[in-house]
Design a protein around this ligand. Structure first.
Ligand code: GLN
Length: 305
């Protein structure tokens, strides 16, 4: 299949959609993104790469970081982790407080904010003050790239305006589902969200999930096969919050979005993809990114179904 010309077709077909959607502004620093940016990358497990658009431009990975912290927490705690966070879709927005109150502070899954905050808390119990550098080290390992870092301005901006996340963490602390100091946990969570990567690096970073848990280029085992299956399953059912069903319906691949405008997706046993376009739909997922992935699976037949 000629993936490069498929990428060119997709770039052409998404053009009319640039008038739709809205760049995230509840974290003021994210509003600086260029609404017209578009990039898409495909990296196969046998080492071929195809890119289009601004695939070298770094953007804030935001909730895509939840895949990395969940993987690291699952590696450390296995099933024990599920005492603190579930694995069911929430059907609610990513920052919703409602369910958390009547479900006694146990978030539905690790890909909504509350669930990712609990996951980060579990990592702090293990790595203490070294947690963020362990997360960064882990991302460098999965993406086979040593240059990755975070953006201090985006981190500070979210710290200043993260009222909802502060409510979520305090509510969970009241239910005794946060073990560490809330300030430390929320800062580490915001820091992981402000990590900057481009579509090339993010596609590389997801290859282990397309390859039963082994990074195919370095040949390093990141996580065992059974856990890789579970991470992919959760990306399929929960990776896009209250639009997870819609994403599965249209795209048919495990995926994870972030409000920075990135979406990663996995074609099991074949490849990992990443698309970037910062204008979001109502549920906070990249509008053009979702469409581009839908076009990709329609044109190639490479969905999991
Ligand atoms: N840092 C963002 C937040 O907590 C992440 C949300 C997202 O990407 N959906 O609100």
């Amino acid at each position: 299949m000629n993936y490069q010309s498929i990428l060119a077709e997709i770039q052409n077909e998404i053009k009319p959609l640039f008038k739709e959607g809205k760049v995230a502004n509840y974290i003021p620093a994210l509003q600086k993104a260029n609404p017209n940016d578009f990039a898409m990358s495909i990296v196969t497990i046998d080492g071929n790469e195809y890119h289009i658009g601004c695939s070298d431009k770094n953007f804030s990975i935001q909730s895509i970081s939840k895949v990395f912290t969940f993987t690291l927490a699952l590696e450390n705690y296995s099933k024990e982790l599920y005492k603190k966070v579930g694995h069911e879709p929430s059907g609610d927005p990513f920052n919703s407080l409602v369910q958390l109150e009547y479900e006694n502070g146990i978030p539905r899954n690790p890909f909504i904010n509350a669930g990712a905050i609990v996951t980060t808390d579990s990592l702090i119990s293990k790595y203490k003050d070294d947690t963020f550098s362990q997360v960064l080290k882990f991302i460098k390992k999965t993406s086979n790239n040593n240059t990755i870092n975070f953006d201090n301005e985006i981190f500070k901006s979210e710290l200043e305006h993260g009222y909802r996340n502060l409510s979520l963490i305090n509510l969970m602390k009241s239910f005794k589902n946060i073990d560490n100091d809330t300030k430390k946990v929320i800062e580490t969570y915001f820091q992981q969200c402000s990590i900057m990567m481009n579509t090339k690096q993010l596609a590389h970073s997801m290859l282990f999930l397309a390859n039963h848990g082994r990074q195919p280029i370095t040949n390093e085992i990141i996580i065992n096969e059974a856990k890789a299956k579970r991470i992919n399953s959760l990306m399929l059912t929960c990776g896009h919050y209250d639009a997870s069903g819609d994403f599965a319906y249209k795209v048919g691949l495990p995926g994870k979005s972030g409000v920075g405008g990135g979406i990663v997706a996995v074609v099991p046993k074949k490849m990992a993809l990443c698309v970037y376009s910062p204008k979001l739909n109502k549920q906070g997922n990249s509008l053009i990114g979702t469409k581009a992935l839908e076009l990709f699976t329609t044109k190639t037949g490479l969905s999991i179904f």
